[in-house]
Design a binder for this molecule. Structure first.
Ligand code: RFL
Ligand code: PHB
Length: 394
């Protein structure tokens, strides 16, 4: 096995990076601990920014997304018993979002990579990365039979998500982790039901946050704020639907209900690891940062990181110049922190803090004033729309 770049992780960051490098004539091997089937079945993100869909289209991974994804030109903020539409397209001069599930993006990227003969090793778990400050950094990994191997290459891309090993290799005297925990989580469901709305609904209600999203004409994705330590077993279908209906009270029509076939609880957290580079190791995506899902930014940040990283590596392999690689961390982090702010802001504006650590009734009233400002001031709406539809890459 010989390669230019070893990529750890076949999530959105690793797969996209591998294809962007391929288009520049740079070889890579992807080492992924899970099976292809597991990856293609994991339910996560749903919203793709304009720049992400543009990039997927440009590299030839956009055909099915164009056919099966749903373009949304706006979304609703629901508070005080009323919905207020944020017109993304008008407020941003034509930028929109696409609702297309992350595991479908992954299916498309895996198929595209394999069609070009890519080397993706599923079931291969990386255990350590070493010699990062030399010019032949090494990855240690075990294959599906448990046999240990090493692989040396010119660069390592740590695209191994929030619980990976690569960032641990940055020495603690060089690395800073910025962390924020939230006192609540999201209870997510998938249900067989028709859509309840043409666009997403983000609701601030006295009972807490709710989000009405979609997957297809027959499958709907919905979330509501919950105790992160709660168990899905405490919630039967009737209780879930009653809670969701109560949180969007005041909509012209109740939510359309149907059998729930998936339930899960995710904790909310904000995390940034700085710097995103150490020697010849570069971090990208959730390996370096995690955002609460309220701003729909995680996958999109993974895409913008690898867009910058691929350009830096392309410049190095073409000319030997490493200036773009040396500035990768600073440039990526600027966008990461903008997205962190936006995700925190959306979270703080829409969730119920009262009853949780630090929350007081004042917060609820302040949030309603903030939502009033955001939906009635054209300047405030424009900022919200620009950030939600996403900043341009690069
Ligand atoms: P991933 O997707 O976690 O992929 C990392 C991969 O690395 C593998 N791995 C290893 N492989 C080999 N050796 C090791 N030692 C390894 N350790 C780990 C893992 O198996 C995995 O396959 O990270 P990546 O590529 O950075 O992508 C990030 C996105 O997955 C994430 O940010 C989004 O899902 C976040 N997110 C959303 N993002 C959006 O842009 N829009 C959304 O609408 C959106 N909604 C969401 C979300 C995340 C959610 N959850 C579950 C937290 C909604 C939810 C509920
Ligand atoms: C989703 O459809 O899963 C989704 C949509 C918007 C978000 C988060 C998740 O902000």
């Amino acid at each position: 096995m010989k390669t230019d770049v070893t990529i750890i992780g076949a999530g959105p960051a690793g797969l996209l990076l591998s294809h962007l490098l391929h288009l520049e004539g740079i070889s890579s091997v992807i080492l992924e601990s899970r099976s292809r089937e597991a990856i293609e079945a994991t339910i996560r993100a749903g919203v793709l920014e304009q720049s992400t869909t543009d990039l997927l289209t440009e590299i030839g991974a956009g055909a099915r997304m164009k056919k099966e994804g749903f373009v949304h030109a706006g979304f609703d903020l629901h508070f005080g018993g009323r919905s207020h539409r944020i017109d993304l397209e008008e407020l941003t001069g034509g930028r929109v979002i696409t609702v297309y599930p992350q595991h479908e993006v992954l299916k498309d990227l895996i198929a595209l990579r394999l069609s070009t003969g890519a080397d993706i090793r599923f079931g291969h778990r990386v255990t350590a990365v070493e010699d990062l400050t030399g010019d032949a950094p090494v990855v240690r990994f075990t294959d599906p039979e448990g046999v240990e191997h090493t692989l040396a290459s010119k660069f390592i891309a740590g695209c191994d998500g929030g619980y990976g090993v690569s960032k641990q290799a940055i020495p603690t005297d060089v690395r800073t982790d910025y962390f924020r925990d939230y006192a609540f989580g999201w209870f997510g469901i998938l249900a067989n039901a028709p859509p309840s709305s043409d666009e997403l609904i983000y609701a601030n209600s006295p009972r807490g946050f709710a989000l009405i999203s979609t997957r297809s004409p027959d499958v709907q994705r919905m979330y509501f704020q919950c105790d992160p330590k709660d168990s899905v077993d405490n919630w039967d279908e009737a209780r879930i639907w009653a809670e969701l209906q109560a949180r969007v009270e005041g909509r012209p029509e109740p939510l359309k209900e149907g059998p729930i076939f998936q339930k899960n609880i995710v904790p909310l957290r904000s995390l940034v690891t700085e710097p995103m580079q150490y020697g010849r190791l570069f971090l990208a995506g959730d390996a370096a940062h995690s955002v609460p899902p309220t701003g729909a930014k995680g996958l999109n940040l993974a895409a913008s990181d690898v867009f910058l990283l691929a350009r830096g590596l392309a410049s190095f392999f073409a000319t030997g110049a490493d200036e773009q690689l040396q500035t990768y961390s600073t440039r990526a982090l600027r966008r990461v922190w903008r997205a962190q702010h936006f995700s925190w802001w959306m979270t703080s504006m829409l969730h119920r803090f009262e009853g949780s650590a630090g929350g007081v009734p004042f917060d609820g009233k302040r949030q309603l004033a903030e939502l009033d400002a955001v939906t009635s001031s054209p300047a405030a709406s424009k900022f919200l729309a620009e950030m939600y539809a996403g900043l341009p890459f690069g």
